[in-house]
Write a protein that binds this ligand. Structure first.
Ligand SMILES: [Zn+2]
Length: 301
């Protein structure tokens, strides 16, 4: 009788263990939550919300062009280990749903960080045909970052409920910093000499919408399609007339086009961050501050 009882208790314990192991949750809750992020800006926003509670895997490798990424076997492997996949949306990662399904990971939660944001519409018919109706570069604006960070923090809270308060607290702190920058730069941009700046890749439509500015780009919204020599010459004339002395270039793109334009217009080339890949080891806010500072000086020089 006694022996039989012990046996039943023993079996019960073993049964309980296997029950927990079968749950689609992390095996060891002391391990950080594994979060996959499509490209660098998403990874940085996840880090800003999750800190040491998360381990972030960036799917698009450093230096790869995120507008033209094709997932590989490595992408699927990374997704097998992740609890959350964060993508930007607005046409940036058309491969996301398919690759998330291919990972066959029942725990994986797909999060679209731009959800709830009002998109800037692409105007060029070729771009619409190739990349969809929306401009994807939401993360490069302060208001966009706030929406994306909030969606990310809520997703982390859902995937890791015992740390939900910590994620929400991080979001509140981050939002405060974004608001300070928005107030500061609203005033500074308002009193600037001109309303537009010149950049290589038209990635700043959302930032311009926030601050009532205008971007003139050397290339299209997406990173492809170098301008014709005729278009470059037209731009150079415009810039000279407007007295523009700064042309922005990005790390990922060949800055050659921006350099050519700057030389023709008698301007200098300055680096701006698109956060589409890791840049100078800087986090999200550092790069955002740097962009705002440089845009301010470009509007005034
Ligand atoms: Zn881009």
């Amino acid at each position: 009788m006694q022996m039989q009882r012990r046996k039943i208790i023993g079996m019960g314990a073993a049964g309980a263990l296997s029950f927990f192991a079968a749950l689609p949750a992390r095996a060891d809750s002391k391990e950080p939550l594994v979060v996959a992020a499509s490209f660098d800006a998403m990874a940085e926003l996840v880090k800003a919300m999750g800190g040491s509670l998360v381990r972030v895997e960036t799917l698009i490798p450093p230096g790869a062009e995120p507008h033209d990424f094709t997932p590989t076997v490595k992408t699927t492997q990374l997704l097998r280990k992740a609890s959350v996949l964060v993508v930007n949306g607005f046409g940036m990662e058309p491969w996301a749903k398919k690759i998330a399904a291919a990972a066959e990971n029942p725990r994986l939660m797909l999060v679209t960080a731009s959800e709830g944001a009002v998109p800037v519409k692409n105007a060029d018919p070729d771009e619409i045909a190739e990349h969809g109706a929306d401009d994807p570069h939401l993360w490069l604006s302060l208001s966009g970052a706030e929406i994306e960070a909030k969606n990310i923090a809520e997703a982390l809270a859902k995937a890791d409920p015992k740390n939900a308060e910590a994620y929400r607290m991080q979001f509140t702190l981050f939002k405060g910093k974004l608001h300070v920058l928005r107030t500061q730069y609203s005033a500074r941009f308002k009193s600037a000499k001109r309303r537009f700046f010149v950049t290589g890749h038209a990635a700043f439509a959302y930032l311009c919408r926030d601050f009532n500015l205008e971007q003139k780009s050397v290339e299209g919204v997406f990173a492809e399609g170098e301008p014709t020599p005729k278009r470059l010459a037209q731009l150079a004339i415009q810039l000279k007339k407007a007295g523009v002395r700064t042309v922005f270039a990005e790390k990922l793109l060949s800055p050659a086009v921006s350099k050519t334009l700057a030389a023709e217009a008698g301007a200098r080339v300055e680096t701006i961050y698109t956060m589409e890949s890791a840049e100078d080891g800087k986090n999200y806010l550092d790069r955002m501050k740097s962009n705002l500072e440089k845009i301010e000086s470009a509007l005034n020089d």
